[in-house]
Ligand binder design. Structure first.
Ligand code: GLA
Length: 404
């Protein structure tokens, strides 16, 4: 009997430490937050700049607000040594990656790094194919907490992708350190259907976001905030604790900076549009990964990135991605249930003009009277069964609804 009880207890324990897809929930129980090198520095990354960003992340209040990762993207690699260990570029990281990780950890910041499931990365640097276990051990020995694993130079079929990602996921799991695994094959092989099973906690759902609102009909490429939204919003059912849809980085505060986010027509957005990206990404459980220059943020950018009420919607432990309940040329309305039984709703005006909107909450399946708190104004704006008001062009309102 005791044996049977023990057996059940062990089963319950192992079931509760894993989610339905078999991945460990504790690696990313809420969407990761932080700052990533790519859009600001491209592959010109130097340790001095990263130290400065870490200091700025702390002094600006971002660490306190939950941004607790720095993600080194492509361009850190300096090849392999004579024992095939991957090494950083000595000019860019003269103190080594471990020294950087130690510095960040002393500030309560985790370190993410980047590689690719082929011989070379997207920007042409040394990658991990064939060296998965060795690289995973190296990353663990440096104190790495997160790996973004790209897919440039790899074959197109899904089967190979599943095998290559699982290989690295297993290697990370056997590395002796908890390393969160972010899969980056741009949604091309529908990773929401297999990436969690392969061992990923996140998977990119789209190509790279550019610093623009929307791709124009005349533009051949370059996805803007709306293009990415339209893919990611349809994938709500696949997102949950430890398995997040990743619609790519925040472009908030880049203002048309040249470089990766400026390519493909990324000439910049207005603060209202940046506020919308932040609101929508928060509603969709996206990782909140800033890419602007944290050392020189203007007030508008700080106001967006440091909105703790909106961040709390993103970090809500229930981990339900908002569903897009209304979708037409002008209006998109999203609903996200929260752990304390409140709801967050977001109202986006996609049109080119300011418009008035009235929404009866019952049309969203919310049949009570609610206290309506505007999370950008930081105040209650009513107690009702509906909301009516003006929404600026490209603005997204976020309300928290509490049952009266
Ligand atoms: C790909 C990824 C980007 C970035 C670059 C680096 O394009 O999608 O996010 O990591 O590679 O080369």
């Amino acid at each position: 009997m005791l044996g049977l009880t023990l057996f059940f207890c062990m089963n319950i324990f192992s079931a509760s430490s894993q989610n339905i897809t078999g991945t460990k929930v504790n690696l990313a129980p809420t969407p990761p937050m932080g700052w990533m090198t790519w859009n600001y520095f491209a592959d010109n990354i130097y340790e001095k700049d990263i130290w400065e960003m870490a200091d700025a992340m702390q002094s600006s209040g971002m660490v306190k607000a939950g941004y607790d990762h720095i993600f080194i993207d492509d361009g850190w690699q300096g090849g392999r040594d004579n024992r095939n260990n991957i090494i950083p570029d000595q000019k860019k990281f003269p103190s080594g990656i471990k020294a950087l990780a130690d510095y960040l950890h002393s500030k309560g910041i985790k370190l993410g790094i980047y590689s690719d499931a082929a011989q070379l990365t997207c920007a042409g640097y040394t990658a991990s194919l064939g060296f998965e276990e060795q690289d995973a051990k190296t990353f663990a020995s440096w104190g790495i907490d997160y790996l973004k694993y790209d897919y440039c130079g790899a074959p197109e079929d899904s089967n190979t992708a599943k095998i290559r990602y699982k290989k690295m996921a297993d290697a990370l799991r056997n590395s002796g350190r908890d390393i969160t695994f972010g899969i980056c094959e741009w949604g091309d092989r529908k990773p929401w259907l297999w990436a969690a099973k392969a061992g990923g906690q996140l998977w990119r759902t789209t190509g790279d976001v550019r610093d623009k609102w929307k791709r124009l009909p005349s533009e051949k490429w370059g996805e803007g905030i709306m293009d990415i939204l339209d893919v990611n919003a349809e994938l709500a059912q696949y997102s949950g604790p430890g398995r997040w849809n990743d619609p790519d980085m925040l472009v908030v505060g880049l203002y048309g900076r040249k470089g990766p986010s400026g390519d493909g027509g990324g000439t910049g957005c207005s603060d209202t549009e940046y506020q919308s990206q932040f609101s929508l990404w928060s509603m969709m459980n996206a990782p909140l990964i800033a890419t602007n220059d944290l050392r020189n943020m203007n007030k508008a950018t700080q106001k967006i990135l440091l909105n703790e009420e909106v961040i709390s919607i993103n970090q809500d432990i229930l981990g339900k991605q908002a569903e897009r309940k209304i979708k037409n040329e002008v209006w998109n309305v999203f609903v996200k249930p929260l752990a304390n039984v409140d709801y967050a709703i977001a109202i986006l005006n996609r049109s080119d003009g300011v418009k008035t909107f009235k929404i009866n909450f019952s049309d969203l399946g919310l049949n009570r009277k609610y206290i309506i708190r505007d999370l950008w104004q930081h105040q209650a704006v009513g107690k009702a069964k509906f909301w009516k008001g003006k929404v600026q062009s490209h603005e997204t309102k976020i309300f928290r609804l509490k049952k009266v």
